[in-house]
Design a protein. Structure first.
Lengths: 119, 391
């Protein structure tokens, strides 16, 4: 099945949960070295749970849509973050994404996992 | 002309796939002659070189040496100056690490802004190790080398000038002969990355006056996993090898070893014989891309609203471009789904691409088998993608 970019556009361009968060608990930036795209995540943590998240993503449709989908899914126990991978994000997006775009897909997740590891 | 290009295309089995292959700066399709030569060697019975004392080993040695001579001759050198490596990257690393002992703190290495990471990072590594400084020769606003600035940067502290002959991002050509002359005037060595140039124009290392030049097989219609570095006799004599072990030693004692003289010093381990044979066969069949196609590609891309083309004067074979409001990876992915193969990103030349676009570029690159249909497929599909909407 080919990826239909149009299906991801609205999610990629969504403005909610974007930008620097006030009083965040942890933050990290991940870079996709093959193109220079980058994603920064800010998390607010309380009692080992993510209670708020925001991203700033400079990148392609897939990386921006990935960040948006992840931000919808990760509110809850921080333990779930370590279990996520590229296929988890594919399920969230509901579209096929080529393995060649794995780094586009997972750069926001890498930022998220790096932020958790700083806690 | 149509028949000519059809005859050429028929020699590339990889073109039987129904795609417009425009990622030749990454890897070309393999010429049938290279496939045939490697096949004949393999099915005819293969052996190692420089070890066995039986006739089949002698045949292999003879084929390997003939391949070396052919590859060297392709760039105007003799076989005694040609060392096989696994890639251009490895060759440039061998040269850089072989030259590091010549550097003193404060010495300077000049690279150009056009360098592929393969001809940038090895120099940074040895500079860091030796306390030397890497300086970058800049480009002009038209994306060509600022030769006057480059000349002005050369002085008695300059020990190495490491420069690409042809940008893998822009197709821009660099004035190698002039840079070599200027480098030698200040007593520096000039090392040339010809990974892209070798498939696009004739090269003669003697005319260019360079001390080292590296080019590879898989961008010249041969197999992957083999490249050649052409070295001056001075470098062959004075550089230390990076890989030590079987095949390159003269004498090994209980607690020491001496290296063979000449090019054998740099070929530790069992060599890629079939690769060398395929490389030579591919070069024997090579012709250069039709540059009129590049001109047409540039003109057609410029005619699409929202497309920015980076087109240095005198460029050959490669065109980089961006689409306003669309990420290069997305465009390349969509083109790929439509059967058009291009590359997107920073093309392993991040310092250059960052000057062109914050998100990388798209790159279409030509080969000896590229024809009008490939260009038309790119242009028509790109127009559709752009029309569908900004993503």
């Amino acid at each position: 099945m080919l990826l239909e970019y149009e299906n991801l556009l609205a999610l990629a361009n969504r403005q909610s949960r974007r930008g620097l968060m006030a009083d965040f608990s942890t933050s990290a930036t991940a870079v996709n070295a093959s193109c220079g795209d980058e994603c920064t995540v800010w998390l607010k943590i309380a009692d080992d749970e993510i209670v708020d998240v925001s991203f700033e993503t400079k990148g392609c449709v897939i990386s921006r849509a990935s960040a948006a989908a992840i931000s919808d899914a990760v509110i809850g126990p921080i333990g779930q973050i370590g279990l996520m991978n590229g296929n988890s994000i594919r399920s969230l997006l509901g579209v096929a994404v080529s393995p060649l775009r794995e780094r586009c897909l997972t750069t926001p997740l890498k930022a998220l996992q790096d932020a958790i590891s700083k806690l | 002309m149509t028949n000519d290009i059809e005859n050429i295309r028929a020699q590339f089995p990889g073109l039987r796939r129904d795609v417009a292959y425009l990622d030749n700066a990454a890897t070309t399709q393999m010429h049938q002659s290279a496939i045939n030569a490697m096949n004949a060697y393999i099915v005819g019975g293969r052996s190692n070189v420089g070890r066995g004392l039986y006739p089949m080993a002698e045949e292999t040695m003879s084929q390997y040496n003939a391949a070396r001579l052919a590859v060297a001759n392709f760039v105007g050198a003799d076989g005694g100056r040609c060392v096989f490596t696994k890639s251009v990257t490895e060759g440039l690393n061998v040269i850089a690490f072989g030259l590091r002992d010549r550097l003193q703190p404060g010495d300077e290495i000049l690279v150009s802004v056009f360098e592929h990471h393969a001809n940038l990072l090895p120099w940074r590594c040895i500079a860091k190790e030796r306390g030397a400084i890497v300086k970058t020769m800049p480009m002009l606003a038209d994306f060509t080398l600022d030769l006057e600035r480059a000349k002005a940067m050369m002085n008695d502290r300059t020990k190495i000038v490491a420069v690409t002959m042809m940008s893998n991002v822009l197709g821009a050509m660099l004035p190698i002969a002039e840079l070599a002359r200027c480098a030698h005037e200040v007593g520096a060595i000039i090392v040339v990355d010809a990974a892209q140039a070798a498939a696009h124009l004739p090269i003669d290392v003697v005319d260019l006056g360079v001390d080292a030049l590296v080019f590879g097989s898989h961008k010249c219609y041969g197999p992957a996993g083999i490249a050649a570095m052409i070295l001056s006799l001075d470098l062959i004599d004075s550089m230390e090898p990076m890989t030590v072990g079987g095949g390159m030693v003269d004498r090994v004692t209980a607690d020491g070893a001496t290296w063979r003289q000449g090019i054998e010093k740099f070929e530790g381990g069992s060599p890629n014989v079939e690769g060398a044979i395929g490389f030579a066969a591919a070069l024997d069949s090579i012709s250069f891309p039709d540059e009129k196609l590049r001109s047409r590609l540039v003109a057609d891309l410029k005619s699409i609203s929202g497309v920015t083309v980076f087109d240095p004067p005198g460029a050959v074979g490669i065109v980089s471009f961006t689409v306003n409001g669309m990420h290069p990876h997305d465009v390349a992915d969509m083109l790929g789904q439509r059967g058009v193969c291009v590359r997107a990103g920073n093309h392993c030349a991040a310092p250059l691409v960052e000057k062109l676009s914050s998100t990388g570029t798209l790159r279409a690159s030509l080969a000896m088998y590229t024809d009008e249909r490939d260009i038309e497929a790119l242009i028509s599909n790109l127009k559709e993608i752009v029309k569908k909407g900004k993503v």
